[in-house]
Design a protein around this ligand. Structure first.
Ligand code: PLP
Length: 390
């Protein structure tokens, strides 16, 4: 190679992040990230680790001792949960009513599990009747579902009913709480969830890189009594216990700065109060949803299982979804996202998460979207055609 590359100064654009994550990061969290590093085994850092674990328990609503930030993004936390709980020969029942259930199934398959599925249309939650039928038919060892499906905008209701079915069959429940943790009502202990995981960059508004995970004693007993080692060394929870458990011995070098960021973001959640935070997300996203509906747009999920943190909106006929996304980015510096998987081209995904869940952002977005839709030849002020009687 000839000479050193000159990449120039880093000047990313100043976006308003209203997509499926990352969300806008609060200046307090950014400031925490600019504080000096200490070593990952420094007594001061060990104290920070304890604080982070306690704050994670608060937001998860759990007393689980085994509550840690996994080094990596949400998928690393997903892989830790599934890859440690599922052993070769175990059967895992996975919900496939969205993109991320499919990812869980791929991970379980790589872990040596036999996969069986329970489905619902992409835009609807699981029906407990179908879950019960799948349990009766397959007798799975592990059941995984997504509490807040970022690909469909569906919030899974009836969680205690689902965990009750699983426990009546002696199975373990893994809940993907990536888009609910810290923004949408979630009670890990009271709802009987054995393992839950999340990510930092959604309703917590920290940068991606250190991802919440919690396991109850029952699940951890299964993990610690495995007959075969998990396929990932890095994410082997029996080894990670040496670092996050009592010993605090070296396993890998923790992403110190991400842990600082997570701590500050969790501290802000605790200051706000978790119930208040859930209410803020509901209120602010409720304003967004009614603004969208007033423009004649239709939500992908029905009101009963609408997910405040991720608003999936159907693209009206004749409108190019990608052109609207590009217009918002280029003209307004706003990020929203397209549909994934089965819903590609059919929906927009508008996040309302953490520090992005502010009335100011919602107003800005609604005005910009109205402009974008007009540019696309859609009249946002039209009212939906009333249903005819015949
Ligand atoms: N699960 C859900 C529901 C998600 O929305 C995402 C990311 O958007 C993930 C898992 C994976 O997280 P990450 O992209 O941080 O690896």
């Amino acid at each position: 190679m000839d000479g050193a590359p000159d990449a120039g100064e880093l000047t990313p654009p100043d976006r308003t992040l209203m997509g499926p994550g990352p969300s806008d990061v609060h200046p307090r969290v950014l400031r925490a990230m600019s504080t000096p590093l200490v070593g990952h085994l420094d007594p001061a850092f060990v104290e920070i680790m304890d604080e982070v674990q306690e704050l994670l328990r608060y937001v998860f609503r759990t007393d689980n001792e085994w509550t840690i930030p996994v080094s990596g993004t949400g998928t690393a936390a997903m892989e830790s949960a599934v890859g440690n709980l599922v052993e070769p020969g175990d059967t895992m029942l996975v919900a496939t009513n969205g993109y991320f259930g499919g990812r869980m199934a791929s991970i379980a398959e790589r872990a040596g599990g036999d996969i069986v599925t329970v489905d619902a249309p992409w835009g609807e939650p699981l029906d407990p009747v179908d879950v019960e039928a799948a349990f009766d038919e397959h007798q799975p060892d592990v059941f995984g579902f997504v509490h807040a499906e970022t690909s469909t905008g569906v919030r899974q209701p009836d969680v205690p009913e689902l965990t009750g079915i699983a426990h009546a069959h002696d199975a373990y429940v893994i809940a993907d709480c990536v888009t609910s943790f810290g923004g949408v009502e979630l009670h890990v202990d009271d709802w009987g969830i054995d393992v839950a995981y999340s990510a930092a960059q959604k309703c917590l508004s920290a940068p991606p890189g250190a991802s919440p995970l919690t396991l109850n004693d029952r699940a951890m007993e299964k993990v610690l009594s495995r007959e075969t080692e998990p396929r990932s060394w890095y994410l082997d929870l029996s080894l990670l216990e040496g670092y996050w458990g009592e010993d605090r011995a070296y396993h890998h070098t923790a992403p110190i700065t991400n842990v600082y960021a997570l701590r500050e973001a969790l501290r802000m959640a605790a200051e706000e109060g978790i119930e208040n935070r859930w209410e803020r997300h509901r209120d602010v996203a409720g304003g967004l949803k009614s603004g969208l509906e007033t423009m004649g747009l239709e939500m992908n999920a029905a009101d009963d299982y609408w997910l405040p943190s991720l608003n999936a909106v159907r693209v009206p006929d004749g409108v190019d979804d990608g052109a609207v996304i590009s217009f918002l980015l280029e003209e307004y510096d706003i990020e929203i996202a397209a549909g994934l998987g089965d819903l590609g081209g059919e929906i927009w995904r508008i996040g309302c998460m953490g520090h992005s869940a502010r009335p100011k952002n919602v107003e800005y977005l609604l005005g910009a979207l109205e402009d974008a839709l007009r540019t696309e030849g859609y009249d946002p002020e039209r009212t939906p055609t009333p249903a005819s009687d015949d």
